[in-house]
Design a protein around this ligand. Structure first.
Ligand SMILES: [Zn+2]
Length: 390
């Protein structure tokens, strides 16, 4: 059986050992070692990755108390230098110890039990046995957790027999295990856990609560710790600095400035709509002058489908009967009619447009259609003009 260094010393990142076994399955090689510091996935903590000799360890799993290191290539050496990705391990350790502390404080302050813990490269979460958490509660939890991080409580790891468990206030005792590994945060709690942990709470660095989500009537709480928190802060700090530069304003006035811009933009949109309506009036008059009221066909370069709708409405107000308007900007077409014609605009789109890869629909008086390119749009307009008997 492999000696598991991660149980005795979570700070072993490099060591030399012997390969004790290799078996192949589905083009992957499962390697066992005499001693390993590679933590296999378990208890919410992801597996360590790293290198055995020059071979990359792409996963690490535990089966029947044996640790299997997963490699893409079969190692030929007997004695190997091993190295784990120590930033990944430190990140996992900070979050796992952070989770123990966070769960203990949720229980201590508000009597809320933790149901599960999930950790990945992107997120760290606990599911809490409660249907809601107020902002005040979250603020209190975050403050107390960080006070305990700064207090630098020692974290001890020791083993006890199962029948000794009642001497300690352990919330959840794992089933089917006679010898329990206890992770104690001094003055805080005892926890039966096989994961890797910090030596004292200050190594967690800091813990920040990010958000909550409702999950099947319970609360999922997202948090972040230590070096990952620093990375996240650095990215957000840069983002704020970039936004400040872009909007030429101080950080404290950013929100105010964005609100001002949003309001100014709305005002511009309102003005544009007013002006476009006036322009559409003139345009409708001119089109009718050129083409008459019976049938109107026009393809624009720049208009949006919404603007086609306004032009179409103005044409209807000027007693146009059939109106076919397109825009090359969006490769879209709008067909409307006054209601005096016996044609069905929706039916034309449905039955004819697919010949030109057009997709859309509508009702008898109004239908809309999208094309993949402007040639198809133009060909379909020609098709309506020449082949449809309106
Ligand atoms: Zn744990």
């Amino acid at each position: 059986m492999t000696e598991k260094l991660f149980y005795t010393d979570p700070k072993v990142f490099e060591w030399t050992t012997e390969i004790t076994g290799v078996f192949e399955h589905d083009d992957l090689y499962y390697v066992t070692l005499k001693e390993t510091a590679f933590y296999p996935e378990g208890g919410g903590q992801p597996a360590d990755l790293g290198w055995i000799g020059n071979y990359e360890v792409i996963d690490c799993i535990k089966k029947d108390e044996e640790v299997f290191h997963v490699l893409n290539t079969k190692p030929e050496e007997k004695v190997v230098d091993c190295k784990i990705d120590h930033y990944r391990r430190i990140d996992h350790t900070q979050h796992h110890s952070g989770q123990h502390l966070l769960s203990a404080i949720c229980l201590d302050l508000f009597g809320i039990n933790t149901l599960s813990f999930h950790l990945s490269n992107e997120t760290a979460t606990i599911d809490l046995d409660v249907s809601s958490l107020s902002d005040e509660q979250l603020n209190k939890i975050e403050k107390v957790v960080n006070d305990h991080i700064v207090a630098n409580h020692k974290v001890n790891v020791f083993y006890i027999n199962r029948d000794e468990a009642e001497k300690y206030d352990i919330r959840k005792i794992p089933e089917g295990i006679d010898r329990l590994r206890i992770v104690q945060i001094e003055n805080i709690e005892y926890n039966a856990c096989a994961g890797t942990h910090v030596n004292s709470t200050s190594e967690i660095g800091l813990l920040k609560l990010l958000k909550t989500e409702k999950m099947k009537g319970k609360i999922r709480l997202y948090f972040i710790c230590g070096l990952r928190l620093l990375k996240d802060y650095t990215e957000k700090h840069q983002l704020i600095a970039d936004l400040s530069k872009l909007l030429t304003t101080g950080q404290d006035l950013l929100l105010n400035q964005v609100e001002k811009l949003k309001e100014a933009n709305k005002e511009k949109e309102r003005n544009y709509t007013t002006l476009f309506n006036q322009y559409a009036d003139l345009l409708a008059n001119q089109i009718i002058k050129e083409q008459g009221k019976e049938k109107v066909y026009q393809i624009f370069q720049e208009l949006t489908i919404k603007e086609l709708g306004i032009v179409s409405q103005k044409l209807l107000e000027n007693e146009a009967q059939l109106i076919v308007l397109g825009t090359k900007n969006e490769n879209k077409l709008l067909i409307t009619q006054s209601g005096n014609l016996s044609i069905d605009c929706g039916k034309i789109v449905k039955e004819e447009a697919n010949k030109y890869n057009g997709k859309g629909g509508g009702n008898a008086k109004r239908a809309q259609c999208s094309f993949t390119n402007e040639q198809s749009l133009e060909q379909f307009v020609l098709h309506i003009k020449e082949k449809i008997n309106i």
